[in-house]
Design a protein around this ligand. Sequence first.
Ligand SMILES: *Cc1c(COP(=O)(O)O)cnc(C)c1O
Ligand SMILES: [Zn+2]
Length: 433
Amino acid sequence: MAGVHLIERLWSLKFVTGLRCRECGREYPAAAQHACEFCFGPLEVAYDYDAIAAEVSPRRIAAGPPSLWRYSALLPDADGERVDIGAGMTRLRRAPRLGAELGLSHLWIKNDGGNPTHSFKDRVVSVALSAARSFGYEVAACASTGNLANSVAAHASAAGMASIVFIPSDLERGKVAATTVYDGTVISVDGSYDDVNRLCAELSASRQWAFVNVNVRPYYAEGSKTIAFEIAEQLGWRAPDAVVIPVASGSLLTKTHKGFGELHRVGLLADEPQVAIHGAQAQGCSPIAQAFEAGSDDVLPVKPQTIAKSLAIGNPADGYYALKDARATGGRIASVPEDSVAEGMRLLARTEGIFTETAGGVTIAALERLVREGAITPDQETVAFITGVGLKTLEALEAVSTTHLRHASVEAVDEALSGAHFGSADLPSRAGA
Ligand SMILES: *Cc1c(COP(=O)(O)O)cnc(C)c1O
Ligand SMILES: [Zn+2]
């Protein structure tokens, strides 16, 4: 498949020494390949960390672009081929009101809803398509639970590539509309994400398409590390004590862990980071949380039935490694009841003014549970990952309550609000003063 012309371009990935099997350690040249030919283990991008350490510094990073490409030294960077529509450098905000409600004194929200297509998936797609372009691909594809489709279609359009995205046919309207607008090809399949993913794995064997989460998955996964890089930079080159991450395939969780470790490896974090890595799943699709609770290493596939459709992966590719990372760091993979998801969305909105999608509701509900059960203690500096915006999952909030007026008059307002209290809203009017 990879012709001479593709191979030739590989070496332009700065600091990347190749791909390495997570299981047996075998090395491969950096190409569009995701599984080890000997043991079928997943391949990861390998770097020359000593060379990176000699090049990176907080000052150089700060002088870089206001996107995840400021960390290019720690990414498969195809320099001239970057597909950059501004993913990354999202806000890290203190969340004092939510913290007070939950009993945490140092709570932060990393709000990845601020990305170009409003979810963290822009991180992985920007990196995956940059690599894909450097390999010579002209078509971007993916299997998606919704947000990935948005992001692939948008990045492909901006890069002048064609896109073909595959989604389960029961996705939220907002996610489908936000994908079709980019004018790529959207194929909706009657079946679960896991069916869609299997189809894409089959297609990737016979098509010259860059499936961002199949054949170029090693590069895709690297994009997730940048959320850890940003948190550390935004905290003044420190790591937090704990993070809470919504989990679908487990890739974001495992790469966040890898990201903090790499910062130490290249000297950007002086102390070895001790971040408890917690994962969050909704009960209706919680295969990793179930294995965690059972004390097992085996993630048994489930048939997803959850309101959190962006997390509805029943057979998670990185489930085993997510379990390992949580356990190794003193974290947990927690599941939350389905009806707590919308509650979590509302709680975040009403305390911090942030409207997140269902995946963020899962994070907040899990955070609440982890604090209640003592897995996160009150003075731990904690970062909750908010990975997407609420406008794409309006369905989750069926009951919308507004105060309705028949006439646009002050009297109608007084009548409608009679008895309600608005603090200092009853200030004397200027005219009367
Ligand atoms: C895809 C997704 C996740 C989780 O991603 P994985 O890396 O597959 O675990 C979390 N939140 C949102 C909003 C997503 O779209
Ligand atoms: Zn192997």
